[in-house]
Design a protein around this ligand. Structure first.
Ligand code: ADP
Ligand code: MG
Length: 455
């Protein structure tokens, strides 16, 4: 059959399928298919993974065959062939990692982009925030602020431990404001970024520009203000920025890992500003909320597991929603690997490493060893003065894990790697940024993290 004819037919076929299954299912299962060949009544279709192949065979075979036959009546069989194109950005040598990343990539087809002006990520919204007892007050306060910025709770101060949804809510406020009040200017910034930009502005003598940037806004959202502890100059600058905006009835939103009264080394006058509006906390989610979150995240990834599996994960991971998501991704992977026959014992084993106790055992040595093994390089290669992309990336990962898992300060990481602490901050932030923008990188990190915690 003439190639050209096949290609136009293929387009038509994909369109028919899209109309049949709807946009989101289409995106999940059909957007990465390629026509491979047609020979002796058999049409071969290239698919990105075995996982997709299984699903298409199981769930969509009849539909696919029927749609093809409408266009080429003589087709008798469809065969799915797994593609062997590499899908990784960074080269990892272990096949299993490749497989995991490729698999997880499929499950995260919607890639969200952070807007460089507002720093908002459209992924964080009110409509995908699960509300339960632990966060309902914070949720309704946030929603109120988004509806009437500057009018009801000003400032809004949300605090709670790591991974309970503070950033999600703060970002949702920003996204919702832009939706409801199209003419308002919103800026989201982490306190670490605010501080760094301030220091740079001082160094480069462009403090006016810095001031304008943060004052020319209707809603200023500052995440993780506990980071200001001990940073006197930045505190002072924030104090003035706050007063300026507040006097113009502009909305200000803060988050922190603890209530204002427990932030140490902070000026009294700033603390009293933090406390001047509504201070509200988010607690770790209860079991019911954890279950609802797991189900929502599964749906987003286009895969539904047995309720028993959700229950098990929700029972084991109790404090941190980020870890809940991480565990779910890894369970998804094994679920596919083991052909969907995963025992509850196995799942228990997989998610054990996400539990809190593991963090206490992380040492620099373990991180270095795991990275070297994972990328199949020598430990000392990580410290060599080379600038190959791969090694630089691994070094950045090392910095990231030293900080995230090892809880080391920037200065002590700097000492360990014989680098200035600003270089360390830069590397750390780079990884955080990459994780925000690429689900592939964040899954890679999740995987490495579980390896480190397991080691
Ligand atoms: P924090 O800023 O408190 O450390 P995040 O807002 O970064 O936590 O949340 C960690 C992850 O958990 C994010 O991916 C976020 O989308 C998700 N998450 C947290 N709370 C909820 C919730 N109530 N519903 C849905 N997802 C949530
Ligand atoms: Mg946060």
């Amino acid at each position: 059959m003439v190639q050209e004819f096949l290609e136009t037919t293929w387009e038509k076929f994909l369109n028919n399928i899209k109309q049949n299954v709807g946009d989101s299912l289409y995106k999940v299962w059909f957007s990465n298919l390629n026509l491979k060949s047609y020979h002796q009544h058999t049409l071969k279709i290239e698919v990105p993974s075995k996982f997709v192949k299984d699903w298409l065979e199981k769930k969509f075979y009849q539909l696919i065959l029927k749609s093809i036959r409408e266009l080429i009546p003589e087709v008798k069989n469809i065969e799915f062939v797994v593609s062997n194109k590499p899908t990784l950005q960074i080269t990892t040598k272990k096949v299993s990692t490749k497989k995991i990343t490729a698999f997880l990539k499929e499950k995260n087809l919607t890639i969200f982009e952070v807007n460089p002006q507002t720093n908002l990520n459209p992924r964080y919204r009110f409509d995908n925030f699960v509300v339960g007892k632990s966060n309902e007050l914070a949720y309704s306060a946030a929603l109120g602020v988004a509806r009437s910025p500057g009018k009801i709770h000003n400032p809004l101060f949300i605090h709670g431990p790591v991974g309970v949804g503070k950033t999600h809510l703060l970002q949702a406020i920003g996204n919702e404001v832009l939706k409801l009040h199209k003419n308002l200017k919103v800026k989201y910034v982490t306190t670490e970024e605010f501080t760094n930009e301030f220091i740079n502005a001082l160094k480069n003598h462009n403090i006016e520009e810095f001031k304008f940037k943060f004052r020319d806004t209707d809603v200023l959202i500052l995440d993780d203000v506990h980071f200001l502890s001990g940073k006197t100059a930045s505190q002072e600058e924030l104090f003035h920025t706050f007063n300026y905006l507040y006097n113009l009835s502009k909305q200000i939103v803060f988050s922190s890992d603890r209530p204002p009264r427990l932030i140490s080394d902070i000026e009294e006058r700033l603390r009293s500003r933090f406390e001047g509006g509504l201070v509200i906390d988010i607690q770790p989610p209860d079991l019911e909320t954890r279950l609802a979150i797991l189900k929502l995240k599964s749906q987003e990834k286009g895969l539904i597991l047995d309720d028993k599996i959700y229950e098990l994960i929700a029972q084991k991971i109790t404090h941190n929603i980020r870890e809940l998501e991480g565990a779910l991704s890894v369970v998804f992977f094994y679920y596919q690997q083991e052909n969907q026959k995963l025992s509850l014992e196995k799942i228990e084993e997989i998610i054990k490493k996400f539990s809190k106790d593991y963090y206490r055992k992380v040492t620099p040595k373990k991180i270095i060893k795991t990275l070297a093994e994972h990328y199949e390089i020598k430990e000392e290669d990580i410290f060599k003065k080379t600038r190959t992309k791969e090694i630089v990336q691994i070094r950045h990962y090392l910095i990231y894990f030293l900080r995230e898992l090892g809880q080391f300060s920037y200065t002590s990481i700097g000492k360990l790697l014989k680098k200035d602490h600003t270089t360390i901050i830069y590397a750390y932030e780079k990884i955080v940024e990459k994780m925000k923008n690429s689900s592939e990188i964040s899954q890679e990190i999740e995987l490495l993290k579980s390896k480190i915690l397991e080691s």
